[in-house]
Design a protein around this ligand. Structure first.
Ligand SMILES: NC(=O)c1ccc[n+]([C@@H]2O[C@H](COP(=O)([O-])OP(=O)(O)OC[C@H]3O[C@@H](n4cnc5c(N)ncnc54)[C@H](O)[C@@H]3O)[C@@H](O)[C@H]2O)c1
Length: 356
């Protein structure tokens, strides 16, 4: 596998996953011909390193530090970024560098997509989840009280620069949430990735840049086939139909995004099994790997089935009122399934949700 992955969408861009590469940002900016001012939008947890990055980008560069976490992915945070950029007299040739987790990547990416009708964006993910999933592919946006990620735009970055050593400070729970998306990539498209993850040490695997890069390459391949989520890219939604609904129903931040996806994958694997699309071995292997990486595998008790179904049907994946499900057939292969009766989903959820 190449060390540098390449996304063909937008203007085309390299995706670099390596150790000790964050200091190379100024060099890459030069190589890409991006000579405008750099506006770094980062996470308060990264204050020291973000300041060092700003110093490297020249004295005209700016830095805005925001709190991480899902509650920051809202219109108020977006307005804070707009205020910062406009006060700094942002110009069309300037560059936004989103240096943080998926929340910073999504909201700063959306600010870059919309400020003065769009400026260049560099994604520098600092969580595992952002590396293997959100930094690649150009989906940017914020949440609305009526739905997750409901406001946004496709805005492909000019570069993704992921330094796995930055994951050293990530809390274990956040790390596990990132592995959920990597495991998902294995289930939907890469059986070897799944096996490698099953054999790796969950607490040290992030040091293995090649393993993280392999998980990222699934996302890169899918985006290259289907940038705008017309078909193949929908497969990445495995676990997300139920996962997004759970996140919203329980209140953003109660479950981490990756935790919600892990539970969603379990429900959706059971759905595939109920529909006769996969065998029960798939559920057994998936349950084992998710638990090994410290992820939840069951819906919290007391969630109301009807409410969950209602929220699921407000999802962006709904077409003509019906959900499209990304469901696994075997480990390493998933397909989009339409026309799943709501009654089947309801019966399954009733069975899976503990009462009380
Ligand atoms: N755009 C997409 O295609 C896409 C895909 C998947 C997920 N997402 C979005 O990504 C978001 C979740 O991303 P996330 O899990 O990275 O959340 P996050 O950005 O909130 O980061 C998680 C936590 O880690 C902290 N943090 C970040 N980097 C750190 C580091 N190196 N060391 C210590 N702490 C650090 C943050 O402050 C935060 O508390 C969700 O909003 C989800 O919808 C988007």
């Amino acid at each position: 596998m190449n060390d540098i992955l390449y996304v063909t969408a937008g203007l085309g861009y390299p995706v670099i996953v390596a150790a000790d590469c964050w200091q190379q940002l100024p060099m890459y900016l030069k190589q890409l011909g991006l000579s405008g001012r750099v506006h770094i939008v980062s996470d308060q947890h990264l204050q020291i390193i973000a300041k060092a990055l700003q110093e490297m980008c020249g004295e005209r560069s700016t830095l805005l530090l925001l709190p991480g976490g899902e509650s920051s992915k809202d219109s108020a945070t977006l307005m804070t970024i707009y205020d910062h950029l406009l006060t700094a007299r942002v110009e069309r040739s300037d560059i936004v560098v989103a240096f943080g987790g998926g929340v910073i990547g999504d909201v700063a990416g959306y600010a870059a997509a919309t400020i003065v009708r769009g400026i260049a964006c560099i994604q520098m993910p600092t969580t595992l989840l952002a590396m293997v999933d959100s930094a690649v592919g150009g989906k940017t946006g914020i949440n609305h009280p009526l739905g997750k990620n409901m406001i946004g735009a496709f805005h492909q970055p000019r570069l993704v620069l992921a330094d796995v050593n930055l994951l050293n400070t990530l809390p274990a729970r956040e790390l596990a949430a990132g592995w959920a998306e990597a495991i998902k990539h294995g289930v939907i498209r890469d059986v070897q990735l799944f096996t490698d993850l099953a054999n790796a040490d969950p607490l040290r695997a992030f040091f293995d840049a090649a393993l993280v890069r392999r998980a990222v390459s699934v996302k890169v391949d899918v985006v290259n086939i289907d940038e705008r989520e017309q078909a193949e890219r929908m497969l990445l939604n495995y676990g997300h139909t139920v996962g997004h609904a759970l996140e919203q129903l329980l209140g953003y931040g109660v479950l981490l995004h990756g935790e919600a996806i892990a539970i969603g994958m379990q429900v959706e694997a059971h759905l595939a099994y109920t529909l006769g699309l996969c065998d029960d071995q798939l559920i057994t292997r998936q349950t084992a790997i998710l638990r090994r990486y410290g992820l939840p595998t069951e819906i919290p008790g007391g969630v109301a089935v009807d409410q969950l179904i209602d929220v699921m049907h407000r999802d962006k994946k709904v077409q003509a009122g019906a959900l499209r499900w990304a469901l696994p057939r075997t480990i390493g292969h998933a397909e989009i399934t339409r026309n799943v009766p709501v009654s089947t989903v309801k019966n399954l959820l009733t069975m899976l949700i503990p009462t009380g």
